[in-house]
Design a protein around this ligand. Structure first.
Ligand SMILES: Nc1ncnc2c1ncn2[C@@H]1O[C@H](COP(=O)(O)OP(=O)(O)OP(=O)(O)O)[C@@H](O)[C@H]1O
Ligand SMILES: [Mg+2]
Length: 273
């Protein structure tokens, strides 16, 4: 709607996990480096936590983009609100297993663990690394599921893990994992994504505008400062504020977005996450 007015090729602040827009903030870069390290060095398991809207899902997408080019077999579980009996089945099926039982009553953990073990061994002999990514892992409540994940980590070839498990979720995930000592001990790498710094918040806005085709700044320095303060440095909130500001700026025929527009947007958005 406002793209033409602001001379943009597309909307810059969409809340979708589109890796083209990925901004390497200091923290996102560190998180990506650690998760990549966990995969490449076959560290077993890694844990990434962060408050909601800070970029975990987008980071997983960017990581996947990088991995697709390599020799990996990957299972991404984006919404793990699955019952205990369905969990391993979902992983096996995402890794390419066929002919798995569909009726819940027919799904047996031992059988699925055997299937998965065989798949991991086959991937290993094909020279492929297996990676299982579980996003939103904080919603997992059933301890039996964590127990199954721990069992997956027991599949090893000599001293080598046959899969890398990445657990991503909101901050409470740390506590949930730490409550299960045997699983916690297997998490070789941990990272917590915090809010963006003021500098990264500015870099983030400029970067997204640039990807959308706009090199010249649209937001004044004061506006950027206010966006940082009002968003708490959380990318999803920055997106909301910037998107609405571009719309209002277009409606008012502004040539720049100043702090007054940001104030107006923030008071409209009040109460939103
Ligand atoms: N580093 C980044 N570069 C570019 N955009 C980002 C970045 N981090 C987050 N975003 C933007 O913020 C939005 C929210 O990020 P994302 O959905 O990845 O957060 P999340 O941590 O998974 O949140 P939740 O806990 O609610 O699942 C994304 O759709 C994306 O547009
Ligand atoms: Mg997410």
């Amino acid at each position: 709607m406002y793209e033409k007015y602001w001379k943009l090729k597309e909307k810059p602040f969409e809340n979708t996990p589109d890796p083209r827009f990925f901004y390497y903030s200091t923290q996102h870069e560190e998180a990506l480096t650690r998760l990549t390290y966990a995969i490449q060095e076959r560290k077993g398991a890694a844990l990434l936590t962060g408050v909601f809207g800070c970029g975990k899902t987008l980071l997983a997408q960017s990581l996947l983009d990088g991995l697709q080019r390599g020799s990996y077999r990957i299972a991404l579980i984006a919404n793990p609100q699955l019952e205990y009996s369905e969990f391993l089945r979902a992983i096996a099926s995402r890794l390419g297993a066929t002919g798995l039982p569909t009726k819940k009553t027919e799904i047996l953990t031992d059988y699925l663990l055997d299937v998965l073990n065989e798949m991991l061994e086959n991937n290993f002999s094909d020279g492929k690394d297996t990676v299982v990514i579980i996003d939103e892992a904080h919603v997992i409540e059933d301890k039996k599921i964590f127990e199954e994940l721990r069992m997956l980590l027991n599949f090893q070839h000599k001293d080598r893990f046959l899969l890398t498990l990445l657990l991503l979720g909101q901050p409470e995930l740390r506590k949930n994992v730490d409550n299960i000592k045997q699983l916690a001990q297997r998490i070789a790498i941990r990272y917590h994504l915090d809010k963006l710094s003021r500098q990264d918040s500015e870099g983030y806005i400029l970067h997204r505008l640039k990807i959308a085709g706009k090199e010249a700044p649209i937001f004044t320095k004061e506006a950027q400062d206010l966006i940082f303060e009002q968003s708490g440095g959380i990318p999803r909130r920055i997106n909301h504020i910037c998107d609405m500001s571009l719309l209002i700026g277009f409606g008012n025929k502004e040539d720049k977005i100043g702090k007054d527009i940001i104030r107006e947007v923030v008071s409209d958005l009040e109460g939103r996450p």
